[in-house]
Design a protein around this ligand. Structure first.
Ligand code: SF4
Ligand code: SF4
Length: 371
């Protein structure tokens, strides 16, 4: 019979959603209030009601639905849902599962999403960095003025962190290309994608950079402002890292830089912005826990990791200024550990949102879904 659709429910998929924190999905009775109150959903084939239904039915193809990435988890829908089904949180769980689906190797994605592997995830970079220090004969606290490159030589830092960065980029690129193919081919929500790819990509990045859509949310509006601080903190620190790299390898300038040098000032502004943003996100999540949900381990892993990067960076600087080597060098070691974790695990953490969301928003823009 033409027009029939064969539905293949996957009960294990439903169990995985429930285990990952989406247990409330079963409460949904399809009233559609969530899609009506959501300020971000397109008029045609709106979310999140359809995703709630697909998840209840065990249709794992929902992970190929780009709409799960158009949601910014503002929780407007969660607040108004008459059944307490928390659609905002369920979509968050689906995004986590989508990241796991496209990540390589999957075992690492599973480990990052599971709290019992946390000690192992921390131990791995620590052992690696200790081994690097031992093997190059730099184990121990150097005498005299605190200079971090005397403890952990810059060449060694580059030798470890440059491949780590490119590993993360390669894993993300592989995942996101597979994701792009899936959302544009065999999914039931396929739409016609056409137009200028580069122009649309620039418009999408601008949209993300200034949080234009995120700022349309109501219940947790402040989250978008805090998120902006975080994003610009990252951008500043990225510029500082690139600047430092060029200074060292192209201009052959020695670090550390003097206190009021432009690179130092930018680093301070970046760290302050990062810490301010993440601190407010932390507070805001706790304050809104009842109406918007407390967030999952997946959310908190990244929040605490970013906090660790900012706090250890700031403390390394302070301990160097007041000259306490016994605290400065171990804190710097922890700072390197946190940065390694941030980069190496990026394709498996919530940080991967940046690329998957960009691709989904690009697809939505190119298919004219209300953008
Ligand atoms: S998630 Fe809640 S608001 Fe949305 S359709 Fe289900 S019951 Fe209604
Ligand atoms: S959490 Fe916000 S953006 Fe996401 S579906 Fe609900 S109302 Fe829409």
């Amino acid at each position: 019979m033409s027009g029939e659709t064969l539905i293949k429910p996957d009960l294990q998929f439903v169990e995985r959603v429930v285990a990952a924190g989406g247990d409330t999905v079963k409460k949904c009775y399809q009233c559609d209030t969530c899609s009506v109150v959501c300020n971000l959903t397109p008029d045609q084939k709106p979310f999140p009601r359809k995703e709630m239904l697909q998840t209840q039915w065990g249709l794992k193809e929902v992970l190929n639905d780009p709409d799960i990435w158009l949601c910014h988890q503002c929780s407007d829908c969660t607040v108004y849902c008459p059944r307490g089904a928390k659609p905002g949180e369920v979509l968050g769980v689906l995004r986590k599962m989508c990241i796991e689906k496209y990540a390589t190797p999957p075992v690492l994605a599973k480990a990052v999403g599971d709290p019992k592997f946390l000690p192992l995830l921390i131990a791995f970079p620590m052992v690696l960095l200790m081994l690097a220090l031992k093997l190059t004969g730099h184990w121990g606290i150097p005498e005299g003025t605190i200079v971090y490159s005397h403890f952990f030589p810059t060449l060694l830092v580059d030798f470890i962190f440059v491949p780590t960065f490119f590993f993360a980029v390669a894993v993300l690129a592989k995942g996101v290309m597979a994701f792009w193919n899936d959302i544009n081919s065999a999914n039931p929500w396929r739409v016609k994608v056409e137009g200028n790819l580069v122009g649309n990509l620039i418009a999408t990045i601008k949209d993300i950079l200034f949080h234009n859509r995120f700022r349309q949310c109501e219940v947790t509006y402040k989250r978008s402002t805090n998120h902006l601080f975080l994003v610009f903190g990252f951008i500043f620190l990225l510029v500082v890292t690139t600047w430092g790299f060029l200074n060292e390898w192209v201009l052959h300038h020695e670090s550390p830089y003097f206190l009021l040098s432009p690179i130092k000032l930018l680093a301070m502004a970046g760290t302050a912005s990062l810490l301010y943003g993440i601190w407010n996100i932390l507070k805001e999540r706790q304050a809104n826990a009842e109406k918007a949900g407390y967030g999952s381990y997946f959310d908190w892993f990244l929040i605490y990791l970013i906090f660790a990067v900012g706090a250890t960076g700031l403390l390394s600087w302070v301990f160097r200024l007041v000259h306490i080597p016994i605290l400065a060098y171990p804190t710097y070691f922890l700072h390197l550990t946190a940065i390694f974790m941030l980069f190496f695990y990026a394709p498996y953490t919530k940080l991967a949102h940046i690329v998957y969301r960009t691709v989904a928003m690009l697809q939505a823009r190119m298919s004219g879904r209300g953008f």
